[in-house]
Write a protein that binds this ligand. Structure first.
Ligand code: ADP
Ligand code: MG
Length: 348
């Protein structure tokens, strides 16, 4: 009950813009809500009435909230076994979970293989250490410090993705190594956005742009113009007067960016971001941002994290080998590089 009230209050923020258009008399609406996946969600779309758009926004909110609870690694929710429950039972017992968790884990194992181990949801033991040091460092910047190589090495012994035992028949997950833990931060937001946009589409939403903290998924094109959606890529340089780095055209697909400019802490004047390269156990520092364009937003999310951890040449070859997948790399000196066809998506 309380949940419903909260979501409805949030949806009252719906803004009607008056660009009614053409014979179909569709109106552009926008809604926004906070709290899910630690970020804000924005929906822009066309509908025949505010009531219709509100219905779709509510469907998206309700489903995203369910995914958020299922994929949470930090909080417990009454009556739900989530990823945290699986972690809490590492080495103890299999945990019966919702199909949506099984599906996420199967997807993650597949992407682990495809990214050559760069995006590893079983990397929780190491990520947890960095998370603790980052949190402390942000609270008390004067005494910010780095984990020791020994503690990182010790934790990295407990990051084997093969130790995630999935029993699809029983719908259970068991972490065989008691010292391992799952961290799905690299792809859960994108995966959930993909599933939720499918649900909204099946329920009749046919022209919308869903952005979960910058993780963008377009449902079809912009029906009023029959053109792709224009989506801004954030400028990693926050001091720059232009907050948008590039605008890209997205038609029924996704745009996801991983960057070092939002979550990081400083030690001795050096920046330590939240994406950890499994090969070094340290934050990846090849680029300041990597943006991926491809159809599926779960794949885009997993790839953005993986490519962020690859040297440019390796990432370029990797992305160019994938069908209908493009990337843009922004280096800290502002140099920009593109995969073979990324430029065709840029709006001039
Ligand atoms: P964001 O969360 O800012 O959208 P990403 O999609 O790149 O950015 O995901 C980063 C998150 O993924 C980190 O906060 C951490 O929880 C997790 N993570 C960091 N490095 C890795 C890695 N190499 N493999 C899997 N997960 C990672
Ligand atoms: Mg990612």
């Amino acid at each position: 009950m309380i949940k419903k009230v909260i979501s409805i209050i949030l949806l009252i923020l719906t803004i009607i813009s008056l660009t009614a258009c053409g014979e179909k008399e569709l109106t552009r609406y926008q809604s926004e809500f906070i709290m899910l996946f630690d970020t804000s969600t924005r929906i822009v779309g066309y509908a025949k009435s505010k009531a219709e758009f509100t219905k779709y926004s509510q469907i998206i909110y309700d489903n995203l909230e369910e995914y958020h609870k299922l994929y949470d690694i930090y909080n417990d929710y009454e009556g739900i076994n989530n990823i945290k429950t699986i972690n809490d039972n590492a080495g103890i017992k299999p945990v019966k979970v919702d199909k949506r968790i099984i599906e996420l884990l199967k997807f993650s194992k597949k992407l682990y293989m495809e990214t050559n181990g760069k995006t590893n949801i079983a990397y929780g033991a190491v990520l947890k250490i960095w998370h603790e040091y980052r949190t402390k460092g942000l609270e008390d910047p004067e005494n910010a410090s780095l984990p020791t190589i020994e503690e990182l090495q010790k934790a990295s012994q407990h990051t084997n993705i093969e130790d995630i035992i999935i029993d699809e028949k029983l719908s259970t997950v068991f972490l065989e190594d008691p010292l391992m833990s799952l961290d799905v931060g690299a792809l859960a937001k994108g995966y959930a956005s993909e599933q939720v946009s499918k649900i909204a589409r099946d329920r009749g939403m046919h022209s919308a742009l869903l952005s979960v903290g910058g993780n963008v998924r377009a449902i079809n094109n912009n029906v009023t113009t029959n053109e792709p959606w224009n989506v801004g890529i954030q400028n990693p340089d926050r001091q720059d007067e232009n907050p948008v780095f590039k605008v890209v055209k997205i038609n029924d697909g996704s745009l996801v960016t991983s960057g070092d400019y939002e979550r990081y802490y400083m030690v001795d004047g050096e920046k330590y971001n939240h994406i950890i390269n499994p090969d070094t156990m340290y934050p990846a520092k090849y680029f300041t941002a990597v943006s991926i364009i491809c159809k599926d937003s779960g794949v885009a999310d997993a790839l953005s994290t993986a490519v962020f951890c690859m040297p440019f040449e390796e990432g370029l070859e990797f992305i160019n080998s994938l069908p209908e997948t493009e990337a843009m790399w922004i280096f800290s000196d502002k140099t920009v590089r593109y995969s073979d066809n990324f430029k065709s998506f840029i709006k001039e």
